[in-house]
Design a protein around this ligand. Structure first.
Ligand code: NAD
Ligand code: WQD
Length: 339
């Protein structure tokens, strides 16, 4: 029996595929490559020393999804495929609703037809909106401040309704905080299109000389040093959380929601300094006004995932920076450099 990984050519999905293959699982990937390269899949195969099945297809293509489930004995699904750029979601809300929500509906309908009712869903800390306090627990109120966040919140709701209607479904909603880092091989990593929106890829592109300087969005937040505070976690810790969640669903069916974060918040300036230590030179930056829609602080209380999954993030900031930097240095143009 195989695990279907949607979005398996993407940043987090490719790391999940590698971990699954290393754990002896059979893996089938579906990805339309709208934000990724097939080269990532090739490198996952090479790193694992094992094969996986790759389908280039769109989740919204019901015929293609049906064919994928017919071709392989798929028992459970890790669902990473989504569009994730907050600013783009504000400009193109219909695209985000169609891709993220409609795509998921078609996936769920196909799973139901084939009796595959175990799903690990990539949710996000964005479902907590602007939290009233930190650390954030899973029972905090949910809200969304942009269309991207609303697609995650809506998908969570659809999954709750589905599991309530048919308890044969086993579903984990994994709310990630800020995934960073890369596999220590430096062969797979985050490969954003164009100028990165997120902090760490922006810093590594400054470090490699592709961008001149980092813009720090706001130094007047009510935080330790005035800059925004987030919970950065290593992508390899994150994907181990997925394997633990899948184990839990197999032994105790139901619907569960977990925060996946380290439980520690770091400011923007606190992220720059470990990078400077790792690369051995200064990262030029300038302070600019706040970025619209940003919250002052968001970091997890990961106690529930520890208690119920036995999961805890083990990789520290230094390792996150070292691994992000190794990937960037070895692949200055991302996967495009090798195609
Ligand atoms: P990514 O863009 O690198 O990976 C997503 C993959 O899904 C890409 O390979 C893309 O080509 C594919 N895809 C998108 N729409 C598709 C469709 N309709 N059909 C088939 N393939 C499709 O993003 P990522 O950072 O790996 O994120 C994975 C998941 O985690 C997403 O659901 C994202 O919303 C969620 N998430 C990411 C972060 C983060 O900071 N990276 C944080 C919280 C949650
Ligand atoms: C981190 C901090 C910025 C870039 C986003 C999505 C969220 C989730 C995770 C998917 C903030 C500051 C950033 C820069 C900066 N994704 N920053 N200069 O905003 O926590 O969350 O990714 O679900 O939905 O919104 O992550 O990496 O963009 O920002 O100063 O060039 O770095 O203001 O304080 P964020 P980020």
């Amino acid at each position: 029996m195989a695990i279907l990984v949607t979005g398996g050519a993407g940043y987090i999905g490719s790391h999940a595929c590698l971990e699954l293959l290393r754990g002896g699982h059979d893996v089938v990937v579906v990805d339309n490559l709208c934000n990724s390269h097939e080269e990532a899949v090739r490198r996952v195969r090479e790193l694992a020393g094992r094969d996986l099945v790759f389908h280039r297809a769109d989740l919204r293509d019901a015929g293609a999804m049906e064919a994928i489930f017919r071709a392989g004995a798929i028992e459970s699904v890790m669902h990473f495929a989504a569009l994730k750029a907050v600013g783009e979601s504000v400009e193109k809300p219909l695209l985000y609703w169609d891709n993220n929500v409609n795509g998921t509906l078609i996936l769920l309908e196909t799973m139901a037809r084939h009796g595959a009712r175990t799903l690990v869903f990539s949710s996000s800390c964005t479902v907590y909106g602007d939290p009233a306090s930190v650390p954030i627990r899973e029972d905090f109120p949910l809200s969304a401040v942009n269309p991207y966040g609303m697609t995650k919140l809506t998908t969570e709701r659809i999954l709750r309704d589905l599991q309530r209607a048919d308890p044969a479904w086993s579903i984990a909603l994994l709310r990630y905080f800020n995934p960073v880092g890369a596999d220590p091989s430096g062969r797979i990593g985050e490969d954003p299109n164009g100028i990165p929106n997120n902090l760490i890829p922006y810093i590594t592109q400054v470090a490699v000389g592709k961008l001149a300087a980092l813009t720090v969005f706001g130094d007047d937040y009510p935080t330790r040093d005035g800059t925004g505070v987030r919970d950065y976690l290593h992508v390899n810790d994150l994907v181990i959380g997925h394997l633990r969640a899948l184990d839990r669903l197999r032994s105790r069916p139901g619907l569960v929601a977990y925060n996946l974060g380290t439980g520690e918040g770091h400011s923007v300036l606190e992220m720059i300094h470990p990078f400077e230590r790792v690369i051995g030179r200064a990262i030029p930056y300038r302070i600019a006004p706040r970025r619209p829609g940003d919250v002052a602080e968001a970091w997890a209380d990961p106690t529930l995932a520890h208690q119920e999954l036995g999961w805890r993030a083990t990789r520290g900031l230094e390792e996150m920076c070292t691994d992000s930097w190794r990937w960037q240095e070895m692949n200055p143009d991302g996967y495009a450099g090798s195609e």
